[in-house]
Every structure is written in structure tokens, then in C-alpha cells.
Design a binder for this molecule. Structure first.
Ligand code: FMN
Length: 332
């Protein structure tokens, strides 16, 4: 006799509820464990230094872009930037030197803004700025635009068309390959997606090797019926080592979702068809994904995207939207 037959209906509903709650707690603990282990809340390592440099540089830049920046603002931030520029010298990594360049660029803007009020800044910070190395390089590589005329700022976009034309497509032309140049052209505009404090922690891993694509799809729960038709996979990730505070526990998914959406629009813009694929994976599948050595442990998955070149006729589900008034509330 089956358990279902002996347990009364009301009790069995209750058991399902308890089971769901336990599964939820287990997954929440798994996420929490990953955040504790791989974020930088407890570490002052290479990634944390890069993160602090990026976000502090951004704070200075941002402060200077306000209407009336208060003279002498951001003292603590300045102290930390100089400290991190010193620490950065211990690491030989491209990203580290880019972050230092960004910091020097921001400091240059800051000290230029204060050129007639240097007395508001602690002398040791002024001295630290004056003795910075590689100033020229850093400044020239970053200073393209810090302000634009209104006519230059807005272009002639067709964004509505991009939004209304894009659809999740689940059929692809398997005979067409994707070149590295095409991929780079696809990703280039995506990196302009905003991220918290400009930390730029998202990445996309492109996989076109047939067997690998199929193996990876086995771990994803929404590709049944079109698995064999998928020529390429994009795995959007966020590097959680770029998070330095407990409150940032969800930021990977916010920024990552935005990055993924940009990628979908870029695909549409460059003539690819695509279907986002959820990574609502269970713990077993999430762990299994890391065994492929495509992701570092500190990278969390935002989503998969199946993509490729279209067939001549593009078939897709209509996926009608609720009416407009469901999507906003206006408080006048
Ligand atoms: C994060 C995310 C995950 C998705 N996961 C899947 C999936 O696993 N399988 C699938 O066939 N479609 C998936 N979709 C596609 C949605 O079903 C589709 O976006 C929705 O129906 C709206 O249709 P449209 O994209 O054509 O506008 C996903 C979409 C998003 C945004």
C-alpha cells in the first residue's frame, strides 16, 4: 500500500508544505554559504582591493557629477583610495592596474576641482596625489567624456522596436558558426550595462562545443523539446567576490539580470535569436556545473541563454503581456 493512500488528504497537504519549507531553507543556506565563502565580506584580498578601488573611484566621480559638489567631500574615501593604490602594487593583474588607473583618473578630477581650495584637503593626501606614478597614462586613457551637450547625449534610437521585436526563439540554424569577432561585437555594448558602484562583476561564458552544450543543458530544467536544436550557450555569471558587505547579498542577481537583458537586446540587434533559460537549479545541479571548470567557485550563475543564427522563418510563442495598467502605479 502506498503512503499516499494511508495518509489523510489534509495531513498530506501539510507534509508537502513542510517539505517545501525545508527545501527552501536548504537552498537559502546553500546560497548563504556561497556568499560567506566567496564574497569578500571577510577578506581583504585582490578582488576586494579592486572592488574598493572601483567603487571609491566611482564615489569621487559621482560626487563631482552632482549639481554643487561640496568642497572637501569624501575624505574617508580619499584615504582608502590611496591606501588601496599602495596595496595594489603587490598584485600583478591587468584588472588591478585598470582599477588603479580609474582611481587616478577620479583623483585627478577631484584635485582639479579643488585646485583653488587645496587647504581643505589634508596635506598628506595632497602630497600623496602629487607623488602618484603613471598619472599621465591613467588620465589620458579615461578622460574621453565627462560632460556632453544635450544634443550629443541623446541619439536617434529605435529602442521600442528592439523591445517589441525581440522574442524568445527556440529554433536555430545549426549550420552557421559564430566567429570570435561576431561575439566581441555582440558583447561590446553589453559591458556598458550599469552595475552597483560601477563594479562590473558580470561575465558571459560562451560555449559552442556540441557535446559540452548538450551536457550543460542536462543540468538546466527548461530546454526539453529543443535541446538538440541549440547551437550555442551563453552562461551569464556574477563574481560574488566583488561584494564586500552582507547587505549586498542579492546584488549579483540584480546587476546580473540587467547584464543578461542587455545581452539579449544586443543579440537581437546583431541578428541572433535567443531564448533565456532559467538557472532555478537545485543544489545538486548547481554544484555539478562547477565540475565543468567553466565557472570559478566565486562566480554565481544568473542564467543560461540559448542562442544562434535564425532560420529563414522565425517561429516563436506569442507570450502575450498583461495590459499596461498592471505594470505601473502613478502617485501624483
Ligand atoms: C530568466 C528567464 C528564464 C527563462 N527560462 C526559460 C526556460 O528555462 N525555458 C524556456 O523555454 N524559456 C525560458 N524563458 C523564456 C520565457 O518563457 C519568455 O521570456 C516569456 O514567455 C516571454 O516571452 P518573450 O521572451 O518571447 O517575450 C525564460 C525567460 C527568462 C527571462
Amino acid at each position: 500500500m502506498k503512503l499516499k493512500q494511508v495518509i489523510p488528504k489534509a495531513a498530506s497537504k501539510h507534509l508537502v508544505k513542510i517539505k517545501n519549507h525545508l527545501v527552501l531553507i536548504n537552498h537559502a543556506l546553500y546560497d548563504l554559504g556561497r556568499f560567506i565563502k566567496y564574497s569578500s565580506i571577510n577578506a581583504y584580498n585582490e578582488d576586494a582591493i579592486i572592488t574598493w578601488l572601483m567603487q571609491d573611484s566611482h564615489r569621487i566621480e559621482k560626487g563631482l557629477s552632482l549639481r554643487n559638489p561640496k568642497k572637501g567631500f569624501g575624505k574617508d574615501v580619499l584615504v582608502r583610495i590611496f591606501k588601496n593604490i599602495q596595496l595594489a602594487k603587490n598584485f600583478d593583474k591587468n584588472l588591478m592596474s585598470e582599477s588603479v588607473d580609474y582611481a587616478i583618473f577620479a583623483l585627478d578630477l577631484y584635485f582639479d576641482y579643488h585646485k583653488d581650495s587645496l587647504d581643505l584637503i589634508a596635506p598628506k593626501l595632497v602630497e600623496a596625489f602629487q607623488s602618484l606614478e603613471n598619472k599621465k597614462n591613467a588620465i589620458s586613457s579615461n578622460s574621453e567624456h565627462v560632460s556632453k551637450d544635450i544634443n550629443e547625449y541623446f541619439g536617434d534610437y529605435k529602442f521600442d522596436d528592439l523591445c517589441f521585436d525581440r522574442a524568445s526563439v527556440r529554433q536555430f540554424d545549426l549550420s552557421k558558426n559564430i566567429s570570435k569577432e561576431e561575439l566581441e561585437a555582440l558583447i561590446k555594448p553589453v559591458i556598458k550595462t550599469p552595475s552597483v558602484c560601477n563594479r562590473q562583476h558580470c561575465k558571459v561564458k560562451i560555449i559552442t562545443e556540441r557535446n559540452l552544450v548538450l551536457d550543460l543543458l542536462k543540468l538546466q530544467n527548461g530546454n526539453r523539446g529543443f535541446t538538440e536544436d541549440i547551437p550555442a550557450l551563453a552562461i551569464v555569471t556574477s563574481d560574488i567576490s566583488f561584494f564586500v558587505k552582507p547587505e549586498e547579498r542579492n546584488q549579483a542577481f540584480v546587476d546580473g539580470g540587467m547584464f543578461a537583458m542587455s545581452l539579449l537586446y544586443s543579440m537581437q540587434n546583431k541578428g541572433f535569436v535567443a531564448c533565456p533559460l532559467n538557472w532555478s537549479a537545485n543544489i545538486k545541479n548547481d554544484k555539478a556545473l562547477y565540475k565543468f571548470n567553466i565557472l570559478e567557485n566565486k562566480e554565481s550563475v544568473i542564467m543560461f541563454i540559448a542562442f544562434g543564427r535564425p532560420l529563414n522563418t522565425i517561429l516563436f510563442a506569442k507570450s502575450p503581456r498583461k495590459s499596461l495598467n498592471n505594470f505601473y502605479q502613478y502617485y501624483k
